[in-house]
Design a protein. Structure first.
Length: 472
């Protein structure tokens, strides 16, 4: 059986701010840098970690996949996130996801055949990419002896935290959700997995603010993506993308932007791989906001706020947030998973955009749902937030930023059954409830809808319909 080496002594937590030299051990958990209040990174003394000479060497582990740590698509890349002593690792078989050619979706986006790939993270145990990060957060919680863990959630984080709590028994689970801001498919998971669920009167940002304070006062381990260990697990999505492309970086990775954990993790993973000499070039990164939740786009593309080597113009960010509050503007999109006003990983994402020569775009809810229908017609299926990546890739192709011959990976972050009400409403014939759902999000057209046909309960009438559509 495969045995992981313990390289945790080479790991530490480092303040993100270049003006702060604070470093803390991995045996501690902080919501922020204890010296200056900035975000923390998990970092490594790579000279003390024996990494593979080539990424392709990692493929040999597939022959040992009966080992739970190899079956995990996170921990089989342990050398690239070596903070955890092997005995502390908490895994439920996450990360067994695949990179697949986009097929007909490539034509929709405007790419040459064989040049669009979909990384389907909805195939994780809880149905979303969150499990990649939650196994790492649960592992660190186990390392520091936490008995309770909590999160704020639009749905996927709560489902992921709850499944790790219920299947492993490492900790009890507390989740905060905003009132009316969670799809039933996701809330059902948290309830089924026996999470203590608090639905507060507010949105996600309110829930996150409250859970952070509760965790501080009650010494509860926080599992939102402000937690740097969460992002270490999410780095492995990049490794699996590279694995699916025979370890050759694509030209673009396109990802939805909500709390910006994935984009932050991707930038960190790619920078580390380049530093270690395991890849020779960096793909470009595109982060796609919903038009109704466009904080990153507004700041990065409109206001020009950038990482700038760590010298971020944070006053511009605070001015933006103050104006948002004074106008009572809140995020509103059919893609509930990315319906976030104040992304906690904003600074980390700005760093990733600088690292990967990145761009940010916004797409409307109509574009999201049309892209979602196109993905579904190709046989994959995804929740609305995932489809933002495909809609964004199409926009970037249309404006010439992406070339037809570029190799592009769109990350599908969640399973289609996470939000079935929206899917059925989109494809259903018009009625007052459907009209209200779509119009409430400014959706005027449903050009890719697969409307059900109503027929009488007579064989002759049914056969007429079947014969009109012989190929389905």
């Amino acid at each position: 059986m495969f045995a992981l080496a313990d390289h945790s002594a080479a790991a530490f937590q480092q303040c993100l701010s270049p003006s702060c030299e604070q470093r803390v051990g991995i045996d501690e958990f902080h919501l922020a840098c204890p010296a200056c209040g900035s975000l923390l990174d998990v970092d490594y003394d790579w000279d003390r970690v024996p990494v593979p000479g080539r990424l392709v060497e990692l493929e040999s582990r597939w022959s040992q996949r009966r080992d739970p740590l190899i079956a995990s698509g996170v921990w089989r890349f342990h050398e690239l996130l070596p903070f955890a002593p092997p005995a502390s690792i908490v895994t439920i078989g996450e990360g067994q996801t695949q990179l697949r050619e986009g097929g007909r979706v490539a034509s929709y986006v405007g790419l040459d055949a064989g040049h669009l790939f979909l990384q389907h993270e909805g195939l994780n145990p809880s149905g979303s990419f969150k499990d990649n990060g939650m196994t790492a957060a649960a592992t660190h919680a186990n390392m520091v002896g936490a008995t309770r863990a909590a999160c704020a959630s639009t749905g996927n984080t709560s489902a992921s935290l709850a499944i790790y709590s219920s299947t492993t028994g490492v900790f009890e689970c507390l989740v905060f959700v905003g009132s009316g801001k969670i799809a039933f498919g996701k809330l059902a998971q948290a309830l089924d997995y026996r999470a203590h669920t608090l639905q507060i009167d507010g949105d996600f940002d309110d829930a996150l603010r409250q859970v952070r304070e509760v965790c501080r006062l009650e010494k509860i381990y926080l599992c939102n993506s402000i937690n740097p260990f969460r992002l270490e697990g999410q780095k492995t999505i990049v490794y699996r993308i590279l694995e699916g492309l025979d370890w050759e970086p694509p030209d673009w990775i396109v990802v939805p932007g909500g709390n910006l954990g994935n984009s932050s993790a991707f930038g960190k993973a790619l920078a580390e791989l380049k530093h270690l000499g395991l890849i020779d070039r960096l793909p470009r990164l595109a982060v796609i906001n919903a038009a109704g939740a466009s904080t990153l786009f507004d700041l990065y593309e409109t206001e020009g706020v950038a990482w700038n080597g760590g010298l971020v113009e944070e006053s511009a960010i605070e001015t933006y947030y103050s104006e948002m509050e004074s106008r009572g503007r809140t995020a509103r999109t059919v893609a509930s998973a990315i319906e976030i006003n104040r992304p906690v990983n904003l600074l980390r994402c700005l760093r990733a955009l600088e690292t990967c020569d990145g761009v940010v775009r916004t797409v409307t809810d109509s574009e999201i749902l049309e892209a979602k229908a196109q993905v579904g017609a190709g046989g994959f299926g995804c929740e609305p937030a995932s489809a933002a990546a495909v809609a964004g890739a199409r926009q970037l192709r249309n404006d010439g930023t992406i070339a037809a011959g570029d190799r592009v990976v769109c990350v599908l972050t969640g399973h289609q059954l996470k939000d079935p009400d929206t899917t059925v409403a989109y494809h259903s014939s018009s009625n007052d409830a459907v009209d209200e759902l779509l119009a409430g999000h400014g959706i005027e057209s449903i050009s890719a809808a697969n409307l059900p046909e109503t027929v009488g309960n007579q064989l002759e009438e049914i056969l007429k319909s079947v014969r009109r559509h012989p190929t389905g």
